[in-house]
Design a protein around this ligand. Structure first.
Ligand code: NDP
Length: 298
C-alpha cells in the first residue's frame, strides 16, 4: 500500500535509525525529541520536526516511541494526554512503544492508553541500531491483533515483525528472555577470558575457541523442540552429562576463579544451581534437571 504517515518520538540511536529507515521507505515522518538537536540530521533528510509532543502525535495515526524506559513516555505524553484544554489528543491514535521495560509496565501502559482512547502495541527490538531497516532485523510485538495488522506494513520497515499475541506484556517478556540468554553468555565470555589471562595466556589464544563452544550449544540441543517437550514434561533423560558430573566441574570453576583472583559471583550462581539440584535428588539425572530448581526458586 501507500506509505503512511508515522511519528517517531525518542531520537536516541535506535529512534534515529527507525526514523531514517521510514524516510527511506517513503513514509511521511514526523519526529519529536526532548533534546531537539538530535532531530537535525533527520530533518535535513526530509522529516518534519514537531513543535510539541501533542503536535507529533496528531500528525500520524501511528506513533512509535523509542525511549530509555516507559516512564519517559509518561513524562512526554502524560501532560499532553491529561491537559483539559486539549481533549482527546491520544484518542483514535495508535502508540507502538518499542522501549525496554518490564512486562507489567507494558500492561499498565496499554490500560493507560485505552483510558485515553488510544490503541497500544508493545515492541521488543532484537537488533542493535545499525541493523534497523536491514535484512535480519526483527522485532517482537504484542497487543490487539487487528491493530497490529493495520500498522504491520509500516512496522515492517524497521524490522521483520514477529507477532506474539494479545497480552501487551508478551513482547517485553520475549525481549527480556532473549536478553537473559545474551547477557549471561556475554558475561561468561568475559569471565572465562579473565580466568585465562590471569594465568598469563593471551586472550587471542582463547577467544576463538570459546566462541566455538557457544555455537556447539545449538549442535548439542538441536532446534530446541525436544528440549522444550522434556522441560515441560519434567523429564531429564540421559546419563552422559549428569547433574553430579557437571556440578563437580561447576565447583572446579569457582575454585579456579577464587585462586586466580577473578570474580567468583557468576560461577557461584551456576554452582548453586547444581548444588540445589543435587540436594533435591537430581544428581544422576541429565543436567537439564537444573530447570526444576531454577523455575521454582524460593
Ligand atoms: P537511549 O536510552 O539512549 O534512548 C534515549 C531516548 O530516550 C532519547 O530520545 C532521550 O531523549 C529519551 N528519553 C529518556 N528519558 C526521557 C525522559 N524522561 N523524557 C523525555 N525523553 C527521554 O537508547 P536507544 O535509542 O539506544 O534505545 C531506545 C530503546 O530501545 C531502549 O529502551 C533500548 O533498551 C531499546 N533497544 C536498544 C537497542 C540498541 O542497541 N540501542 C537494542 C534493542 C533495544 P534525549 O535525547 O533528550 O536524552
Amino acid at each position: 500500500g501507500t506509505p503512511t504517515a508515522v511519528t517517531v518520538i525518542g531520537l536516541g540511536p535506535m529512534g534515529r535509525a527507525m526514523a531514517g529507515a521510514l524516510l527511506r521507505a517513503g513514509h511521511a515522518v514526523t519526529v519529536w525529541n526532548r533534546t531537539p538537536g538530535r532531530a537535525d540530521d533527520l530533518v535535513a533528510a526530509g522529516a518534519r520536526r514537531a513543535p510539541s509532543p501533542a503536535d507529533a502525535v496528531a500528525a500520524s495515526g501511528l506513533t512509535i516511541l523509542s525511549l530509555t524506559d516507559y516512564q519517559a513516555m509518561y513524562d512526554i505524553l502524560g501532560p499532553v494526554a491529561d491537559d483539559r484544554r486539549r481533549p482527546g489528543v491520544l484518542a483514535g491514535r495508535t502508540l507502538a512503544n518499542l522501549s525496554s521495560d518490564t512486562p507489567d509496565a507494558s500492561r499498565e501502559a496499554a490500560a493507560w492508553a485505552a483510558d485515553r482512547g488510544a490503541s497500544f502495541l508493545t515492541g521488543g527490538v532484537m537488533v542493535p541500531a545499525p541493523a534497523i531497516g536491514h535484512p535480519g532485523s526483527y522485532v517482537f510485538y504484542s497487543g490487539p491483533e487487528d491493530v497490529f495488522e493495520v500498522h504491520e506494513p509500516a512496522l515492517s520497515v524497521v524490522g521483520q515483525p514477529k507477532y506474539l499475541g494479545a497480552d501487551p506484556g508478551l513482547a517485553q517478556l520475549f525481549y527480556q528472555a532473549h536478553l537473559d540468554v545474551f547477557l549471561t553468555a556475554l558475561s561468561s565470555l568475559l569471565h572465562a577470558t579473565a580466568l585465562v589471562t590471569a594465568a598469563g595466556v593471551p586472550a587471542a589464544d582463547f577467544l576463538p575457541g570459546a566462541l566455538a563452544t557457544l555455537t556447539d550449544i545449538p549442535e548439542m540441543i538441536g532446534d530446541g523442540s525436544q528440549l522444550a517437550r522434556q522441560l515441560e514434561a519434567g523429564e531429564h533423560p540421559g546419563d552422559l552429562s549428569t547433574t553430579l558430573m557437571m556440578g563437580a566441574t561447576a565447583d572446579h570453576i569457582v575454585r579456579t576463579s577464587a585462586r586466580a583472583g577473578v570474580d567468583v559471583r557468576l560461577p557461584e550462581a551456576v554452582r548453586s544451581h547444581y548444588e540445589r539440584a543435587i540436594a533435591a535428588g537430581h544428581g544422576t539425572r541429565n543436567w537439564t534437571a537444573l530447570y526444576e530448581v531454577i523455575r521454582a526458586d524460593g
